[in-house]
Write a protein that binds this ligand. Structure first.
Ligand code: SF4
Length: 557
């Protein structure tokens, strides 16, 4: 079923625990609920990333502090809750709460999280509603004792697995699919941990980049399709350059900030174990019935999700986005006076469009960088004016000009429509929209929170109809071929399902798979609508039918 290879590096021994206690204890250091406000920066405009994960094995280092900076660098991947678990070889201590990383942690809290291994998480909920009990890391039992676990991604067979487990008498405390992974591991705790994790991989289908730890080992595990990114970094000893520890993280931007150098990506289907004896990888080679047997990294990481200073597959994200803009300029030129981007994610493609077209680039929209998450509820009028809270047009740049505005994607279209109007109101004579992704036609089931299919503006609408809706003078999207060229890797290495409907992991047909499907409140947060089966135009109301007792029929879509 699997093979393992060893690549051992000398690692410093873990410090001896002060107690000789043989049993690993669990203590929740502190638990807060800051009653999160639902108002978000991109209330309806873009897909939301769901989570960032970080793990560190580094004896002699303040791992909680490094973990804090790790998830601080990954804050763009989720702003609802944050958590850090640490172990000193005996206890696992955990602090997690709703809010931004800087709101959840302070010096005192970090000082009370001693240890040499840590896993950390920052969350945007996709499965499971936005509640303190759904913050991560979460804890479970394994053959090695207590484990902490943090997850980025979404399982597509969560409903079925949970129903089966509940029928078997297993109780759940949260509404997250992550708890299904945790309970699966726990149910296999009569096996060696490596076997239990490989068996867990055989049972769970979907997207998962996981960081986990026992009292002595840091573990990283990536799904067999590698949908969500996960990379390995190395901390060096400043005196002799020997490895002082290892780091795993969703993106390389989190390695830089803790002083780790990039080693490589965790491979699809790989499980890495790091402790004071070894760094060892095991690869899942089992047959997974419901997935195509190919890597399928989310291409939207390159377009919008990942931070521009990260690199994935050896490609710097900023450079990839800039190249998308250059190719878009060659593909769909227009006569204009100025190119502007919709900050921040549209900016690199706008710079590329300017370079490719010879039209000067200028900042035409200013973003309020401090509005990303507020705990003060806006009133209804402010909600309607949401885009104005975060973007302000620069009249001096726009007035009397033919403007090319470059955006990374259009999901529902409402934000883009407001932006076009805002640019016209600032005096632009023409507004030409250029989009650095193909039309977004299909919902994501692998961890990105998008609208229901019926709410995706490109679903059943022509580009001309979308242009009319947005009120732009012209509209063009980058072609899939040009997008792939800009990313610089073969097309079949990526999930592109939201653009072409080719889902690399089969979606159970009967399951209305939403982030609320296991939830209780029925309202959710963020953009409110939830993705449903890809061939279903979506629920007519916000009520989502929970079909926990339905037996999903796998379909190939
Ligand atoms: S469907 Fe789109 S957003 Fe979701 S994983 Fe695939 S490429 Fe990424």
């Amino acid at each position: 079923m699997h093979d393992a290879h060893h690549w051992k590096h000398p690692l410093p021994a873990a410090p001896k625990p002060e107690t000789t206690q043989s049993e690993v204890n669990f203590s929740v250091q502190k638990y807060q609920d800051n009653s999160l406000a639902e108002f978000q920066e991109n209330a309806e405009g873009r897909p939301h990333e769901e989570c960032g994960v970080f793990g560190i094995y580094a004896p002699g280092v303040e791992v909680a502090r490094r973990a804090f900076f790790g998830i601080f660098a990954l804050q763009h991947r989720g702003q609802e809750s944050a958590g850090i678990a640490v172990t000193d070889g005996t206890d696992i201590q955990l602090h997690r709460a709703m809010g931004l990383v800087t709101q959840v942690f302070d010096e005192d809290i970090l000082a009370n999280l001693p240890g040499h291994i840590s896993v950390a998480h920052t969350r945007y909920s996709t499965t499971g509603s936005s509640k303190a009990c759904n913050a991560q890391p979460i804890l479970t039992q394994s053959s090695e004792g207590l484990m902490a676990l943090a997850h980025n991604g979404n399982l597509v067979n969560a409903v079925l697995l949970r129903a089966e487990m509940e029928e078997a008498g297993i109780q759940f405390e949260t509404t997250m699919d992550t708890e299904i992974i945790a309970k699966t591991i726990e149910s296999l705790n009569d096996r060696p941990l490596e076997d239990a994790l490989l068996e867990t991989m055989a049972r769970i289908h979907g997207a998962y980049s996981l960081v986990m730890m026992t009292h002595d080992t840091l573990i990283a595990m990536r799904d067999p399709n590698g949908v969500r990114p996960l990379c390995l970094g190395r901390l060096s000893n400043s005196e002799d350059g020997e490895a002082a520890g290892y780091v795993v993280a969703s993106e390389t931007c989190a390695l830089n900030v803790v002083g780790a150098e990039y080693v490589r990506e965790i491979e699809p289907g790989e499980i890495v174990f790091i402790n004071n004896e070894k760094i060892e990888s095991v690869f899942y080679k089992g047959l997974v019935e419901h997935r195509e047997d190919r890597p399928a990294l989310c291409i939207f990481e390159f377009i919008y999700l990942a931070r521009p200073d990260s690199q994935i597959m050896g490609r710097n994200i900023h450079q990839a986005r800039r190249t998308m803009g250059e190719k878009l300029a060659q593909q769909d030129p227009v006569e204009a006076d100025v190119v502007i981007g919709v900050p921040d994610s549209g900016t690199p493609a706008a710079i590329g469009y300017a370079a490719g077209s010879g039209i000067p680039y200028q900042e035409g929209l200013i973003k309020n960088r401090y509005i990303q998450r507020t705990f003060i509820q806006p009133d209804q009028t402010q909600r309607e004016l949401g885009v104005r809270l975060k973007l302000t047009p620069l009249r001096d740049v726009l007035e009397g000009k033919r403007v090319v505005v470059v955006e990374d994607s259009i999901v529902r279209g409402t934000t883009t429509k407001r932006i076009v109007q805002m640019i016209r109101d600032a005096g632009a004579t023409e507004v030409h929209l250029r989009i650095s992704s193909p039309p977004y036609k299909w919902p994501c089931f692998y961890g990105i929170d998008t609208a229901a299919r019926k709410d995706l503006i490109a679903y059943q609408r022509s580009i001309e109809e979308i242009r009319q809706y947005n009120g732009a003078d012209s509209l063009a999207y980058i072609s899939m071929d040009n997008l792939i060229n800009a990313v610089g890797q073969p097309k079949n290495l990526f999930c592109r399902a939201c653009f072409d409907g080719e889902y690399p992991i089969t979606i159970p047909h009967d399951v209305k798979f939403t982030k609320l499907v296991l939830g209780e409140d029925g309202n959710g947060n963020g953009n409110g609508s939830a993705p449903v089966s890809p061939d279903d135009p979506g629920p007519e109301s916000s009520d989502v039918v929970v079909q926990e007792d339905a037996v999903p029929t796998p379909v190939t879509v």
